[in-house]
Design a protein around this ligand. Structure first.
Ligand code: CU
Length: 286
């Protein structure tokens, strides 16, 4: 997840323009050579700058000097795997020091291409810089591994992604239809708000069980809930941060860059278990 809870408003804005710069850089060449017009309009800073836009991450295996290196790109279906990886740092060595964001030094999201399988886990860092986590992926198919972390000396997250294959017959599930309500683990979760491309989209969620609103959601990773948004088609990992409403504990602001279909994964904790509600949503043009 994004370390939005620890970012100041300025830092959050910086994360947005930085990610836009990285997206531009990956398309046209090294970051910093594109001569983006916004560079002169901002105070000088160590981060590259670009025209403000919505944050998109998780489309590159290497970015900002950091590289995601999976120990193995294949995991057998249905068996617990000892999943390992490193983050190569700017000096070429595995990064061994991380800043904490949302209670964790690194967040790992593993999704199947059709978004029908989703894991958000927190690997353990070994002294040599190797991350490990027991991971069981039940169903075959192409997966994407997304690592979200804040290296020392930075205020914004780096989001890297690599492909992972679970061999076997891949049967993609048909797309979820956009809906405002979804059911998970006996809870009904309702989303209020709409995604609009190119701007801040306030979204609020309410959780009920057996028709009664659940009043006692538990803190999870330093917040009341977490929201991860992935773009269908390329699984871009999008910037989402908590909203400012004190009355709605599950309020977020999503910045989606383009019209089209997205998948939202809301994670809440109740009765000492984490529940993940999945929504499909269509972002309209602004
Ligand atoms: Cu996490």
């Amino acid at each position: 997840m994004r370390p939005a809870g620890v970012l100041s408003g300025y830092a959050a804005g910086l994360a947005v323009v930085f990610a836009a710069a990285m997206a531009l850089g990956s398309a046209v060449g090294p970051v910093g050579t594109a001569g983006t017009p916004a560079a002169a309009a901002h105070d000088s800073h160590e981060e590259p700058q670009a025209q403000a836009g919505a944050a998109v991450g998780g489309l590159a295996v290497s970015e900002a000097g950091y590289t995601l290196q999976l120990a193995q790109p294949v995991v057998a279906a249905g068996r617990p795997a000892d999943f390992r990886f490193t983050i190569g740092g700017p000096d070429g060595q595995p990064l061994r020091s991380y800043r904490t964001s949302h209670d964790k030094p690194l967040h790992l999201v593993v999704v199947r291409r059709d978004l029908a399988e989703y894991r958000h886990v927190h690997p353990v860092l070994g002294s040599d810089g190797t991350w490990s986590i027991p991971l069981t992926l039940g169903r075959p198919g192409p997966y994407k591994v997304i690592a979200d972390f804040v290296p020392p000396g930075r205020t914004s997250a780096v989001v890297l992604a690599a492909d992972l294959t679970v061999p076997g017959v891949y049967t993609p599930e048909s797309e979820l239809r956009p809906a405002k309500t979804t059911a998970v683990d006996g809870y009904d979760v309702t989303m209020t708000g709409a995604l609009v491309a190119g701007g801040d989209s306030p979204l609020t969620f309410s959780v009920s069980r057996a028709g009664q609103r659940v009043p006692d959601l538990q803190p999870y990773l330093g917040a009341n809930g977490h929201l991860i948004v992935l773009r269908e088609g390329d699984l871009a990992y999008l910037h989402v941060h908590p909203g400012s409403s004190a009355h709605e504990p599950l309020s977020f602001v999503a910045d989606v860059p383009s019209p089209g279909r997205y998948r939202l994964f809301l994670e809440v904790r109740h009765d000492d278990a984490v529940h993940t509600a999945s929504f499909a949503a269509e972002a309209g043009a602004s």
